[in-house]
Design a protein. Structure first.
Length: 296
């Protein structure tokens, strides 16, 4: 199969692209920088220099491919509109990458008992309405002859195929190394569902073969509170106990979006649909990974 992958030099996209090549697929990977062309070549990907706002390029590549995976951005509507337009009536697969901060509550580090399910999604907050609208655009493409699906990833951990960082835990690690103190937002009682990058990749490859049109998948294999993850990071680094950090101080370090939604919110979800597809996540839980593999 010839697969067009956007974000092929990124953490998620590069890991997916490398696995596709290993599985025998031909991969055309969109990258933003000339230096990344050689980088993706090393994992067997034919790099294509371009931008998500180049509609003509995206349409041409999507139409030339057997399937498309958008792993570059969850928030670029122009790109998604171009890909849907290109694939309308084709019956081809379009997998779009989203993130479970769409159900984040910006709790300032306080916990919650609220858990979200794939068939009972809440109305989005104002901060997340644009991303949810893009997810819905992808899902609605199923009525236009596209085998479209949204893979809504939770907190991803693990080492990817390329030397790239995931979103949340590397921020905690970087701050800790800079200051000598591991910190979490507020009391750190907020909980996120999570998943290992290799399990994420397994699901993308499975969905490429088996997904139904219009499917929405939460991608998760467990959950953990941030205070437990920060404590594990402190032990791994040999530092003192992790500390609470007021939200306004965290925002100064990480910015509003990162501090409020990626690090200071709850995002507890359950992904039954992926398991119904046959997905069997089996990599180490996040606290074990932090203890044994994070610093490797």
């Amino acid at each position: 199969m010839k697969v067009f992958v956007t974000g092929a030099a990124g953490y998620i996209g590069g890991s997916i692209a490398a696995a596709l090549v290993k599985a025998g697929h031909e991969v055309i990977g969109l990258v933003r920088q000339p230096a990344q062309l050689e980088e993706v070549k090393k994992i067997g990907v034919t790099g294509l220099l371009g931008a998500l706002d180049d509609r003509a390029l995206l349409i041409a590549q999507a139409q030339a491919a057997d399937a498309v995976i958008n792993a570059a951005s969850s928030d670029n509507r122009v790109a998604v509109e171009a890909l849907v337009e290109a694939l309308t009536g084709s019956g081809k697969v379009l997998l779009h990458t989203s993130g479970s901060s769409i159900v984040g509550d910006a709790s300032g580090g306080e916990g919650t008992d609220k858990i979200y399910y794939e068939d009972k999604l809440p109305a989005p907050t104002a901060d997340k309405a644009a991303r949810v609208a893009i997810d819905n655009l992808v899902l609605d493409a199923a009525s236009k002859g596209v085998r479209s699906a949204v893979l809504c990833n939770t907190l991803i951990y693990g080492h990817g195929a390329l030397p790239r960082d995931s979103v949340q835990l590397p921020r905690l690690l970087k701050q800790a190394r800079k200051s000598g103190i591991v910190r979490h937002v507020g009391p750190g009682r907020n909980i996120w569902s999570n998943v290992h990058i290799d399990d994420v990749v397994d699901l993308y490859l499975l969905a490429l073969e088996k997904t139904e049109a219009g499917a929405f998948y939460f991608v998760e294999s467990g959950e953990a509170a941030f205070r437990d993850m920060s404590a594990a990071i402190a032990r791994a680094l040999g530092l003192g106990a992790a500390q609470d950090w007021p939200l306004d101080e965290a925002i100064k370090e990480w910015g509003y979006e990162m501090a409020s939604y990626s690090l200071g919110s709850n995002s507890r979800v359950r992904g039954a649909r992926a398991r119904q597809l046959g997905w069997q996540p089996h990599r180490p839980p996040v606290l074990d990974w932090i203890a044994n593999d994070m610093l490797k």
